[in-house]
Write a protein that binds this ligand. Structure first.
Ligand SMILES: [Zn+2]
Length: 234
């Protein structure tokens, strides 16, 4: 029989559980400070992004007080990762990794390749600002990748797409490359993301040294526009 005493006990257990959940949510909403950043290894930073994408995909994104985070990061930012992503409106790194104010740096450029300016941004994010993980985030059905496959010519876009063409040359394909070949477009997106990782490590002595000493990891990932799911190459 369900006595009043049992009811009170149940209420106590339920309220303890909800308190514990609230406490955990508050902790998840706490901004990264230098202490938390220092305590985060490259692998732990990677896990934070993996868990964030899981929450995004499963509809469990955190609901944090962003203005509190604005106030808590006004004096200093201590992000744990930096993402190189495409400008595509469907792949905002903060949303797809379920991160908020002060959590991650994001460098966005059509086709998520790296050049001198992006490398400089990554060196700032890691060596000077302490980020532990560099992620090159490509995505499926990318317009820039398709443009590179088609060798599209348009104003300044022509020279932008030239940054992606070397990845196309590495792929073994027959005939003339075309964005109509969906498999080729995805292969090129994969190759382009992996090549960006290689380029970061070969062209940035700063990041190579950080990677060699285990202070930073550089990884590539692919976002599926249809599912929101991010898969990792490394
Ligand atoms: Zn894109």
């Amino acid at each position: 029989m369900f006595s009043r005493r049992n009811a009170i006990q149940s209420l106590a257990i339920a309220s303890a559980a909800s308190f514990s959940l609230a406490t955990r949510a508050e902790q998840s909403c706490a901004v990264f400070n230098p202490t938390a950043q220092d305590a985060t290894s490259p692998d732990a930073a990677w896990k934070l992004l993996q868990d964030g994408n899981d929450r995004f995909v499963e509809g469990r994104t955190l609901n944090c007080d962003l203005m509190k985070q604005v106030k808590d990061t006004t004096a200093k930012q201590s992000p744990f990762a930096v993402v190189v992503g495409c400008i595509d409106s469907r792949v905002p790194p903060e949303l797809v990794f379920d991160q908020r104010i002060g959590d991650i740096f994001a460098a966005r450029i059509a086709g998520n390749f790296v050049n001198t300016d992006i490398l400089g941004s990554l060196e700032f994010a890691t060596q000077l600002a302490g980020a532990k993980l560099v992620v090159v985030l490509g995505h499926t059905d990318c317009g820039a990748i398709k443009g590179a496959a088609d060798n599209a010519q348009l104003g300044n876009l022509t020279s932008l797409l030239a940054n992606i063409r070397p990845s196309l040359e590495k792929l073994n394909y027959k005939g003339v490359a075309s964005s109509k070949d969906k498999a080729l477009v995805q292969k090129l997106a994969d190759q382009n993301a992996k090549d960006a990782v290689s380029k970061i490590l070969s062209k940035s002595e700063v990041i190579r040294n950080l990677a060699d000493s285990g202070k930073v990891k550089v990884v590539a990932a692919m976002h599926d526009l249809g599912t929101g799911k991010i898969s990792w190459f490394s």
